[in-house]
Design a binder for this molecule. Structure first.
Ligand code: PHE
Ligand code: FE
Length: 292
């Protein structure tokens, strides 16, 4: 089955520095009929395994949204079905992609409330770990929270911020990438009944879903925008530090101001190591950083 790339599309993105023309590339139609029984089975196994451990670990907004949008274990969902629910809830849409997009294309999709989802799913021998984001990570991990009005607004704002950050150079883009990493991918949130996961990189991983909440190894530190933007991250292990927000409102408020002065202030300042604990941190748990 060949998924046909569509032609490059030129579109305008509104930023607070004006309207910027950008290309959105590489979207493909989900080749749903080409999924094999083995593909559907990988989805079913991963879905069942995660939903067994996520109650009491994933935040309520995530679990509620996943049910509300009609994702089920029995077969790989059709993007068109999910888009009907998403469109009605927040106006977000899923677009199929072959894999990771160039950064500016990715930001442009988000700025227009489109979330790129890899159309292909990992093989059965990759159940526990895969390097690239596949359909399970993208769809199961990222898409449910697009049903949440607050999170939906945050991600759109992030996309616009990304388009704008291109005018500020590689250091600004790196800082913005860290914000994405420590929130959208690996964020924790404080609920009245305890810490919960909202990051897609965690909820799509059995090992890290347990590790991030139950292990003594990693730091759990209250979210602080500048702190996060200065902190390097690991891509080869579970995270050494998780940043905890109190609410999606907090995230929106913290990231609402113009980042231009922030990029200027942060330029050339030292970075923090992934496992650092700093005097100014609101420490919920100081990690042992020992293997467990
Ligand atoms: N307020 C940021 C800016 O002016 C944009 C942004 C919003 C970035 C949300 C990240 C997350 O650049
Ligand atoms: Fe992701």
């Amino acid at each position: 089955m060949s998924a046909q790339p569509q032609p490059r599309r030129l579109e305008n993105v509104q930023t607070d520095r004006g309207s910027v023309p950008v290309y959105a590339t590489g979207t493909v139609e989900q080749p749903w009929d080409s999924y094999s029984a083995a593909d559907h089975d990988v989805w079913r196994r991963l879905y069942a395994r995660q939903r067994e451990i996520l109650p009491g670990r994933a935040c309520d907004a995530f679990l509620r949204a996943q049910d509300a949008m009609g994702m089920t274990p029995d077969r790989i969902p059709k993007f068109s079905d999910l888009n009907a629910a998403l469109g009605a809830a927040t106006g977000w849409q899923i677009v199929g992609v072959e894999g990771l997009l160039p950064e500016l294309d990715f930001f442009t999709h988000l700025a227009n409330r489109r979330f790129p989802v890899s159309w292909w799913i990992r093989r059965a021998d990759q159940i526990d770990y895969i390097e690239e984001p596949d359909l399970f990570h993208d769809l199961f991990g990222h898409v449910p929270l697009l049903m949440d009005p607050m999170f939906a607004d945050y991600l759109e704002a992030y996309g616009k911020g990304g388009v704008k950050a291109h005018g500020f150079g590689p250091e600004a883009l790196m800082q913005l990438a860290r914000l994405y990493w420590y929130t959208v991918e690996f964020g924790l949130i404080r609920q009245p009944d305890g810490l919960r996961i909202y990051g897609a990189g965690i909820v799509s991983s059995k090992g890290e879903s347990i590790h991030c909440l139950e292990s003594a190894a990693p730091n759990r530190i209250g979210f602080d925008l500048e702190r996060v933007m200065r902190t390097r991250y690991r891509i080869d292990t579970y995270q050494k530090t998780y940043f905890v927000i109190d609410s999606f409102e907090q995230l929106i408020e913290a990231t609402l101001p113009d980042f231009a002065p922030l990029y200027a202030r942060l330029a050339g300042q030292p970075e923090h190591a992934p496992e650092a604990v700093l005097p100014a941190d609101r420490v919920l748990h100081a990690g042992t950083q020992q293997a467990d």
